[in-house]
Design a protein around this ligand. Sequence first.
Ligand SMILES: [Zn+2]
Length: 130
Amino acid sequence: MENIENIKAAGLKLTPQRIAVYKSMMKLRHAKLETIVEDLKHEHDSLTLSTVYRVLNSFCASGLLSMVCHPDTGDCYYDINVKDHHHLFSGSSIIDYNDEELTAMVREYIQEKRPDINDIEKIQVQITIK
Ligand SMILES: [Zn+2]
């Protein structure tokens, strides 16, 4: 589960900026840069877009956040859930879909069909709902 201690566990120093951005992501779950900046504006008006962007990049590089791109809009979102999971897209919303069985099934399928690929890092199935 996500909490502020994850920042330290990822090898990053706990700074007020990092704490603010991570708390915002804990609330927003999937969010675009602009949405995070907007969310932070109320309590942290000194945080600039470039600072938030740098913090988000350091979180991605440290494995605290991942990215997910919406198949219809092409917009990319920061995602606080870094465990194996899938996404359901309904309109503009992105819903986490946890299904270990599906993940294992896709992993086995790929390993059988493409034995040359032996180091799958992450499996993400994207499902669009009409
Ligand atoms: Zn997600």
